[in-house]
Design a protein around this ligand. Sequence first.
Ligand code: SF4
Ligand code: SF4
Length: 256
Amino acid sequence: MKTKIATVSKDCVACGCCERACPLNSISVHKGKYAVVGDNCVGCGKCAYICPANAIETDKQTACRVKKQHWYDFLWVGEILYITLGFFNILFAWLGLVFMMTPLFMAITGGNKSYCNKYCGKGQLFGLIGSKLSLKLKPLRFLRSKWFRYGFLTFFMTMFALMIYSVVRVFGGTELSESITLLWAFKLPWNWTDISFVPTWVARFAFGFYGTMLTSTILGLTTMVQFRPRTFCVYCPMGAMTQGICGLKSRGEKSK
Ligand code: SF4
Ligand code: SF4
């Protein structure tokens, strides 16, 4: 039997970048947990070149282009639209819930990471801009480590819970601050939109959620410039959550 030439390590975060790059469809994400290499791999190294977790070993690493494009390869337009609309009216920030709930829904119902693998406009945007601007260095070891991935997820969810708490306080009568917070530290006034026609807590959620979405975009762009374009996938909280859900779901199926 022919030997597999590429091998995948346990650092794989099931982002699906390799799947999109392999010209022979030889590598694919298995049940949202990790990538698996098929027997027809020829060791061209295109998957290894693009893997943001540096989880693929091959003898060589070859620059690659994404294969034939599908309609969903253009979902990066939605990401740009979302950020732009938030500048004109902060209430559009509510639309971002789609980006948050869809991957969870797909992982819970389908037990896969199709959202990360195909439909994530933010990841696509990093891939697109990064193809021109990134230095494409291998991400640092700590960025790829499990403690950073799950540590960042814990931090992110704590900050998200605090944001929800601020919404509850506004609902309870606290004065609304028309501002967004970037990188959890920098408050920017965002008061050029008429939001008087919605309850104040609705507006507070929009400010908080938009700040969270912009923050993740800034982080992703920052690591994109230095490291492989989709390095954000390695520590993306949604990616970590959905991979965890897929793992649990698969374990549950096995124990039946
Ligand atoms: S981290 Fe992503 S690109 Fe790397 S092996 Fe896993 S699925 Fe493929
Ligand atoms: S080494 Fe080449 S053929 Fe093998 S899985 Fe990676 S991209 Fe596909």
